[in-house]
Design a protein around this ligand. Sequence first.
Ligand SMILES: C[S@@+](CC[C@H](N)C(=O)[O-])C[C@H]1O[C@@H](n2cnc3c(N)ncnc32)[C@H](O)[C@@H]1O
Length: 339
Amino acid sequence: MALAIRVKKEKAEEVRKLLLKLNLIDPTHLPSSNDDFIFFPIKKSIDEKTKQDIAKKFDANFVEKRMKRKLIQKFSLPHFDMIGDIVIFEIPKEFKDKEETEKIKAAREIAENILKQHKNVRLVAMKTGGVSGPYRIRKFEVILSRGDNSTITIHKEHGCRFKIDVAKAYYSPRLSYERRRINSLVNDGETVFVPFAGVGPFAIIIAKSHPKSTVYANELNPDAYKYLEENIKLNKLSNVIPIPGDARDLAEKYSNKADRVIMPLPMSSDQFLDVAFSLAKKNCIVHFYYFTNSISAAEDVVKEAAKRFNRKIEILESRLVRDYSPEIIEVVVDFKILD
Ligand SMILES: C[S@@+](CC[C@H](N)C(=O)[O-])C[C@H]1O[C@@H](n2cnc3c(N)ncnc32)[C@H](O)[C@@H]1O
């Protein structure tokens, strides 16, 4: 219960100004009203004499009342990724170098606020490192949940559903625009290869909107591959062919088959340009994702590889995908293999 002053509506503004001046409004609760009266929450430290004076002057009275608590946020919500009903946030800079207890306190407060403001979120985790290793796995620590701590979720994107264990396989909602962009470039009937397919977002979105296309989706991480297979079924697709293992092994078996190759492994896709050249039919289009410091540096990598492997190429478009770190950007270079 909170202490409140009950005042007629026509006198409310005058009372509010006086309460503010005397610093008597309780900031932890919200005012409320009914047809005739306004209730202002009052600090319990108010003395009896002041109470009586205000009550007499404004024909008001003090009551104990259940009042809504104000949501107090000490800092704004940080940037976060929402994957299905899981949120992974980054601790704000001002807490990064603080002592562990202070950091954990801030993390809990952020997680509580996220759960309060997003009723569809089940689990909130804090990023504890960058995406790392050959499988590109996120590092995080679960801070709060609504009781179920599972890191498996179902994420919806562009009309498709993706089951993912965010602790065991890569998925980034930040690439959603790229998936839509590439999908809009595909002509139905094309044979598309997605080495580095993860749990299948590029492959499945393309296959669903291009039923006459065949999409080959390759993945090295056995956990991500398991979800790729599940997601093909979840989206009821018969035109995605999953291939487990190293993308390097595609080169020989599927040589000269691809109308399009998508290479979403920005950390080391340059090491696989020879695989793309091998998969490519004449006029095949390649989407090359790459971490670098400039768009022209990414284009140079593509041009040098074409020279090395004696292929003719035309760069169609190069664009910034996102800032990855203060010094590194992710770039995509779309190019056509002309021979
Ligand atoms: C950055 S993730 C992209 C996943 C997915 N395409 C997406 O957009 O969410 C790169 C994926 O490539 C896989 N990978 C890494 N090296 C590979 C290789 N040599 N052959 C096949 N897949 C590989 C990783 O396990 C990871 O799932």
